[in-house]
Write a protein that binds this ligand. Structure first.
Ligand SMILES: N[C@@H](CCC(=O)N[C@@H](CS)C(=O)NCC(=O)O)C(=O)O
Length: 276
């Protein structure tokens, strides 16, 4: 692992690191914020998964999460959204290929060689950060925005016991019924849509739910509302009687102005579960 940069931030350190990823067969970059408390011992972890077109950097510079995480003594991890590099397959569209890994393990050519984002986030990156930083991996929570909200929800519901709480900002909530999902799952996972269902938050919520608190924020003026399908997830949460809160935020769109507005609430929500 190599250090790209380390900046003092809210009394802690905002770092950027690269490493050679086995799962993705390329070099990967991530951001990690460590609060001052990490100098004295392991701290709880909040993962933040980003949306379409993002790298590790968007949320790190625009979500305004570090100040709240510092206040709560929590580390933040900002992974990238896809494999990177010249030999990595890509597509002209912004919503397929680089910047659009959709947090799945691709089984189809030309994607499968590098697009193994599920394994990268479920196994490889947690092991790497656990080895290199003062993190308490018994206390992890996860959040994300848009495609990253989809990733956060699907990882949390598929890995019972891993995360104590999950939240999402405007998640892609029902990808098997949306053009933000069907196109990418067909490309990465193939035409057999039975391989898609484990990656759909609405279906996972209907089938198993999450053993812990859930918080969802959705902007009512989100320009991608019809692609996100928040109503499907809200319905599944109600049908499941999921412990959780779904908030429709009047006037907010899909941007980081929306994410940063509610970041304090999300960090506070996770802190309550992580510090229990
Ligand atoms: N801007 C894209 C849409 C993708 C988009 O809005 N991405 C969101 C996540 S789904 C994002 O976070 N973009 C990067 C940013 O705002 O920094 C477009 O070409 O239509």
């Amino acid at each position: 692992m190599k250090t790209v940069s380390e900046n003092t931030c809210f009394g802690g350190v905002q770092g950027v690191y690269t490493h050679t990823s086995k799962s993705c067969a390329c070099d990967m970059t991530f951001g990690l914020f460590l609060p001052e408390e990490a100098t004295y011992g392991p701290v709880p972890v909040l993962w933040y998964l980003s949306g379409l077109t993002c790298t590790h950097e968007n949320a790190m510079v625009k979500a305004g999460a570090q100040g709240w995480a510092a206040e709560q003594g929590i580390a933040l991890i900002f992974p990238d959204t896809s494999p990177r590099g010249e030999d990595v397959a890509d597509d002209e569209a912004y919503d397929l290929g680089k910047g659009a890994g959709f947090y799945v393990n691709a089984t189809q050519d030309p994607w499968k060689r590098h697009f193994q984002m599920w394994d990268y986030l479920a196994e490889e990156l947690p092991a790497l950060v656990a080895d290199n930083f003062a993190l308490d991996m018994e206390r992890q929570a996860i959040t994300g925005h848009s495609m990253g909200g989809h990733g956060a929800l699907t990882l949390a519901m598929s890995l019972p016991g891993r995360f104590v709480s999950v939240s999402a900002f405007a998640p892609i909530a029902h990808p098997t019924a949306s053009d933000w999902g069907r196109k990418q799952f067909a490309a990465y996972l193939g035409a057999d849509d039975s391989t898609w269902t484990p990656h759909d938050s609405t279906l996972l919520m209907r089938d198993r739910g999450f053993d812990g608190p859930v918080l969802i924020d959705q902007g009512a003026d989100d320009q991608f509302f019809d692609l996100l399908k928040p109503e499907s997830l809200a319905g599944a949460m109600a049908a499941r009687r999921q412990d959780g809160t779904f908030r429709m935020q009047k006037g907010y769109d899909h941007s980081y102005f929306f994410v940063s507005t509610f970041m304090e609430d999300h960090v506070g929500f996770h802190a309550e579960a992580l510090h229990e």
